[in-house]
Design a protein. Structure first.
Lengths: 335, 291
């Protein structure tokens, strides 16, 4: 990806976000149910409901509401959450780091499991062990992340209670973090006991997210490895007297990584989507968990802020994947 | 004198189809032998078998392949691997696909040298630059730092030739190394192979379907047809007085400026077994020549 391409992609970001904003804003207001109906006690008078609607500006035409909301967003003001009564941007900045850390950990686990499975599979190519690996990968893939969450919760939280099953950190641990990236901060400052406490809370939700993703990585990588091993350069490497494991690692793997990252990298978005349910199951205080509350309470400003946040994450992720592929493939660098 | 390569009554099958039906040939030390035949004659399969590069669905039914008198098929994996790439080298057919696209030229040559000659990283790169100079590549240091897609097909083939001769091989198997190149580059590549062969004293088994190429650089030749050796001998002798009708047909099919080429009609696969089962039926091959 050269500079021109990067600039072209960056120019496309604002219109993309604008489109997302329009769709979310209109959909929320067209679909039945609004925040007022969630706030009022039963038997409230029509006059009271009208007053509340006017207070939140919901009596205005949609276009009018949108323009005034967008005007504020451009200045960095995402409004106040109706249900939590806090600034939306503050809420997002507090919760987002938790989700980013969870997603990073899940990605790391998925990459390790996926790459190992693919390598074992290719080494055992044509033998019975290959079938076993393919079968195991199939099982990982067939069970969705939220179901893994429940299975893990049952196994390690209930049957063999080894790990905590809710929250981001124990309430008794004294928190005096400077950022909201608790895990990264505690690792950087060398507070390993705190990092361990955080990891104990994160490992189950991260594993639930990672397992299906690791199966996707294993499948993509194994197929790419098989294809690359049949290429001339890999065959000829055999005639140079290199051992097969060495050929797989040095000649085949770097080539197979390119399509795997290109196709699999984008699947991290799937992981982000998965955080919504998995964070809920483990009462993990990230934006996914918050998204469910926001939707239940029809908290328009918060939902709008959340959707825009997800959109930004998706865009950044796509750019990062493209940059990584360029880094891996010299043919794209000079093209 | 022990032959550099001895192939003895080699039979290879792919699934139920037999592709080599008892082919034998010898390549003497320092000799350049052409192995010719039409597509599907089994000539590439023979070369691949010697290098241990048979496709996974192919199997050696019977026969012997010996390198300097030692049976390659009975060697241990480690023994064979220490000969391959060092004493037995390959010049592959397609320079466009034979180099690893994500590794620099220098890294690919360097790895080969370090694997077989136990050189340090730096010594390997210096030796690699010398090798590139040997194959007439100018600015070898610059080429070492390039990726395969940044150099031309002809230059890639030179890099592959340099790699083949990198460890002073006593046998080089050239698997149609000029087929994918255009005619002017072809000539340079042939001259290069000839020069390096003389310098390193290697024997070459030159697999090709191009009789012109054989006439230019091979002292002896073997004609393969339908998995068997039809004819062999000194190149000049075979080309001037082909004993076999098939060789004559092959010669007639070679395009020449002074007359139109005749079409070589392939033998239908169904007929091949029948053909070989009855020696007299070989006369059928005369039918292959257009009336």
């Amino acid at each position: 990806m050269r500079w021109g391409e990067i600039i072209r992609r960056l120019v496309l970001v604002p219109p993309t976000l604008f489109g997302v904003a329009v769709i979310v804003f209109v959909l929320l207001r067209v679909v039945p149910g609004d925040p007022i109906s969630m706030m009022i006690p039963p038997g409230a008078s029509q006059a009271d409901i009208g007053r509340l609607r006017a207070l939140y500006g919901l009596d205005q035409p949609i276009l009018h509401q949108f323009v005034s909301w967008l005007g504020q967003v451009v200045q960095g003001n995402f409004g106040r959450s109706i249900s939590v009564r806090q600034d939306v941007l503050d809420l997002l900045l507090t919760r987002l780091p938790a989700t980013i850390e969870l997603t990073l950990l899940a990605t790391l686990i998925a990459v390790v499991i996926g790459v190992l499975a693919a390598l074992v599979g290719i080494l055992a190519r044509g033998r019975r062990a290959e079938w076993a690996v393919d079968g195991g990968v199939g099982v990982l893939l067939a069970i969705p992340d939220f179901l893994w969450a429940l299975i893990l919760l049952l196994l390690f939280g209930v049957l063999v209670p080894l790990l905590p099953i809710s929250g981001r950190i124990d309430p008794q641990v004294e928190i005096d973090f400077h950022s909201n990236f608790y895990l990264i901060e505690s690792l950087l400052t060398g507070r390993l006991d705190v990092a361990a406490a955080l990891l104990r809370h994160m490992i189950l939700p991260a594993l639930a997210l990672a397992l299906p993703f690791s199966a996707i990585i294993a499948r993509l990588l194994k197929a790419s490895l098989v294809e690359a091993e049949d290429q001339d350069y890999a065959q000829i490497a055999r005639a140079r007297g290199y051992s097969r494991p060495s050929i797989l690692l040095n000649e085949v793997f770097p080539n197979a990584l390119i399509p795997t990252v290109a196709l699999g990298g984008v699947q991290v978005t799937l992981l982000l989507g998965g955080t919504v349910l998995v964070e809920r199951i483990f009462s993990y205080e990230g934006i996914g968990n918050m998204a469910i509350d926001a939707v239940i309470n029809r908290d328009f400003p918060l939902i709008q802020g959340l959707v825009l946040t997800f959109a930004v994450l998706f865009i950044v992720l796509n750019l990062a994947v493209d940059a990584l592929v360029t880094l891996l493939d010299p043919r794209l660098r000079h093209g | 004198m022990t032959a550099a390569l001895t192939v003895d009554n080699l039979r290879i099958a792919i699934g139920d189809t037999i592709v080599l039906r008892g082919a034998s040939l010898e390549v003497q030390p320092g000799e350049v032998r052409g192995l010719v035949g039409e597509s599907g004659a089994g000539k590439s399969m023979l070369g691949r078998a010697a290098l241990g590069l048979l496709p996974s669905n192919a199997s050696i039914v019977s026969g012997r392949i010996a390198f300097e008198g030692r049976d390659l098929l009975k060697m241990s994996e480690g023994e064979r691997r220490s000969e391959l790439g060092r004493r037995i080298a390959l010049i592959p057919q397609d320079p466009m696909t034979s180099l690893n696209p994500v590794k620099r030229v220098g890294a690919q040559i360097g790895r080969l040298l370090r694997h077989h000659l136990d050189l340090s990283k730096r010594a390997a790169l210096e030796r690699a630059a010398e090798l590139l100079t040997e194959v007439a590549i100018r600015e070898p240091e610059r080429v070492l730092s390039l990726y395969p897609h940044e150099i031309s097909g002809g230059m890639r083939q030179r890099v592959l030739i340099a790699m083949a001769f990198a460890c002073n091989p006593s046998l080089v198997i050239a698997d149609e190394p000029t087929t994918a190149l255009d005619v002017t580059v072809q000539r340079q590549v042939l001259q290069l192979v000839e020069r390096l062969r003389q310098r390193h004293g290697s024997a070459v088994l030159f697999i090709t379907h191009d009789l012109g190429v054989v006439a230019k650089i091979c002292r002896s030749m073997t004609v393969l047809h339908a998995g068997r050796v039809l004819e062999e001998g000194e190149t000049a002798e075979v080309l001037a007085h082909p004993r076999h009708a098939y060789t004559r047909a092959l010669l007639a099919a070679t395009p020449r400026a002074d007359r139109p080429a005749e079409t070589l009609r392939p033998v239908p696969p169904a007929l091949i077994d029948q053909l070989w089962s009855d020696a007299r039926r070989l006369d059928w091959l005369d039918v292959a020549r257009p009336a």
